[in-house]
Design a protein around this ligand. Sequence first.
Ligand code: NAP
Length: 281
Amino acid sequence: MTTHPFGPSGRQVPMLGQGTWNMERDDRAAAVAALRAGIDAGMTHIDTAEMYGSGRVEELVAEAIAGRRDEVFLVSKVLPNNASFKGVLRACEASLKRLGTDRLDVYLLHWRSRHPLEGTLEAFEKLVNDGKIGAWGVSNFDVDDLEEALAVAGPGRIACNQVLYHLGERAIEHAVLPWCREHEVAVVAYSPFGSGRFPAPGTSGGRVLVQIAAMHDAAPHQVALRFLVREAGMFAIPKASRPDHAVENAGAATLELTPAELERIGRAFPRGRLPRELPVI
Ligand code: NAP
């Protein structure tokens, strides 16, 4: 699996990882097997959150990574309601317990909170100093939020911004992506398949994916994923609760799309205008 430096720490992380949202609703054994198959295939970046299944998904992730914690780049998120200084410290302890580990690789603020950013980031820095997290990042942050976080934390502290990015929603390309590139903040694409609303093969865009996939003996989902992580510094975390889906997604890393194919996909799924607000799911 191709790796790229993840944010200012430069830590090498696979460009494709695994999401876990709503996994508490899936067949548990299949979901655990899918995560394990994904890890075996190199998708060691695992994304979860205290919100998912109200903690049940973190417990499921614990089962999937049991005995192989050191292979995994583990990311979880604090809910905005818990993002006061003390709330972050408490939430992190609870996540660590549910995940059966003593440390997270990255801890994220799930989205902007009513709690002042100063307290949240101070707690994140304490967790780094205490060895409970390797780094911290944000999610669903627009450029003004990122500027504020940078002003509070100083340069070189924000590991990543996890944002909505799929073929039907390319708004981050206007401002968030260039900002992150300039400040060495990793961009992690969530819901890379539109959260299950993938372009149908009968649509004009879907046909383009099918045709390009056929040229490479690949699947349309692989073509879509490869487009999203076409540049270093971009990562994606597709969710799969079926082991065959996980293995297929990992296979996207070895797909080499030509510049002409990338351009054709870009034309089939246009970026659109800069929206007033950053789209979120
Ligand atoms: P997604 O990854 O866009 O799509 C998941 C859907 O695609 C599932 O129905 C899955 O089916 C299907 N799928 C996966 N691989 C496939 C393949 N190779 N072929 C056909 N279908 C395939 O959805 P998502 O869960 O919304 O997003 C991914 C992750 O991003 C989440 O799980 C979560 O970790 C993160 N996220 C973060 C935020 C945030 O606010 N920070 C918000 C949303 C999501 P099966 O399950 O049947 O395999």
